[in-house]
Write a protein that binds this ligand. Structure first.
Ligand SMILES: C[S@@+](CC[C@H](N)C(=O)[O-])C[C@H]1O[C@@H](n2cnc3c(N)ncnc32)[C@H](O)[C@@H]1O
Length: 245
């Protein structure tokens, strides 16, 4: 609820309509329907909102394969460790949420004010959910800032163990195989042109490792060879080890 008025103000600043119903009049609009905020694309006839308590994310929280799943192994959670994680490219907060539910204190950074508002709206609703109490006790929050600026100002004592990067990848932009949610993200910004700078800065700021999520056949960022990689059918996690966890 708290973020409804913020979303309204944000919509005004961005010259986006803020509606309580969907229309086809605008390409992109922020809507407040039922009890959550969503971003609706009339071109794609699809909307995104974030929900940590229901749907895909909640299902993955309950049945997602725990610390054995690829993202958890990539972040170094296997031997009972719960490193602090800075997710520098939060997006829809799905990856950050998985790491948070598996025990990591997670700080997210997102440069899009719209996505930050969607994440904050979801956090606001999830804070009352009993099963997520520990997630918020350990720390799960988002800052609307460019990750490069944040990392430049990061005090030594706040350096995270792990920096996680998932920059938008331009390939297959128009393909039907690209999920609708990702297509809406691509309407917000076509591709993340700063992946090289982000990786270089992250390698200086992470204490233990940097993890980069890539499509399985994509080249490593800046052709910078990782220490090791973990692959799934569609995704590869490139791991740059700085120090043993
Ligand atoms: C592919 S999405 C991340 C998806 C995310 N891993 C998830 O699970 O939902 C990439 C996001 O990174 C954000 N981003 C890219 N460069 C950034 C930067 N320098 N600082 C902060 N956010 C950035 C984009 O705005 C976009 O929302």
């Amino acid at each position: 609820m708290q973020y409804q008025s913020e979303a309204r103000k944000l919509a005004q600043t961005l010259h986006l309509p803020f509606l309580t119903h969907k229309t086809r009049e605008y390409d992109l609009q922020l809507c407040y329907l039922e009890n959550y905020i969503e971003l609706f694309s009339s071109e794609l006839n699809s909307a995104i909102h974030i929900d940590f308590c229901a749907g895909k994310l909640a299902h993955r929280h309950q049945y997602g394969g725990g610390r054995g799943q690829a993202i958890a192994r990539a972040a170094g959670l296997k031997q009972g460790k719960s490193p602090t994680v800075l997710d520098a490219t939060a997006g829809l907060a799905a990856d950050a949420f998985i790491l948070a539910t598996l025990g990591c204190p997670v700080t997210m950074l997102e440069r899009s004010p719209i996505l930050t508002t969607l994440i904050n709206d979801a956090i606001d609703r999830a804070q009352h959910e009993k099963s997520l109490g520990k997630v918020f006790q350990r720390g799960f929050c988002v800052h609307n800032i460019d990750a490069f600026d944040y990392m430049q100002q990061l005090p030594e004592k706040n350096r995270p163990d792990v920096i996680y990067l998932d920059p938008m990848y331009p390939e297959r932009k128009k393909s039907a195989r690209v999920k609708k949610a990702m297509q809406i993200l691509q309407q917000l910004h076509s591709s993340d042109d700063n992946a090289e700078t982000l990786l270089a800065t992250s390698l200086h700021k992470a204490r233990k490792r940097v993890v980069v999520k890539r499509p399985v056949h994509a080249p490593a960022i800046a052709n910078n060879k990782p220490s090791t990689s973990i692959k799934t059918k569609k995704t590869r996690f490139d791991i740059y080890v700085i120090e043993k966890l």
